[in-house]
Unconditional design. Structure first.
Length: 116
């Protein structure tokens, strides 16, 4: 170990201990947030803040919108739209078998465009 890394390691140890201690209260904190969110006697802003905190921790915070700077210097947000049709009546195995069949047909007919 290099001597110059020692101060960083010493500074990191208390932070790691603090993180570990804080994480030991995760279940209690989540229950508290859920209790606040579900308590109709609490202030609406407190309930909203608790709900937002739960969503952020469970799903991650939403990423800020990507922007594009136009030639005139103005920034415009990007929106990516994805259209996907999902058949909820099929199992994953059925989808995999169907995909395999399509790939086999495509391999047998290399010049032909799908879907088959």
């Amino acid at each position: 170990m290099k001597a110059r890394n020692l101060p960083a390691m010493i500074a990191r140890k208390p932070r790691l201990e603090l993180e570990s201690l804080a994480r030991s209260y995760t279940k209690t904190a989540i229950r508290t947030l859920a209790g606040i969110m579900n308590d109709e006697g609490m202030a609406p802003l407190a309930r909203l803040a608790a709900a937002q905190a739960l969503l952020d921790r469970g799903w991650g915070r939403p990423r800020p919108a990507e922007t594009h700077t136009l030639d005139n210097g103005c920034s415009q947000p990007f929106t990516k739209v994805v259209h996907e049709i999902v058949d909820v009546t099929k199992t994953a195995e059925e989808f995999a078998a169907e995909r395999k069949t399509e790939e086999e047909i495509a391999a047998a007919h290399p010049g032909r465009a799908g879907p088959f």
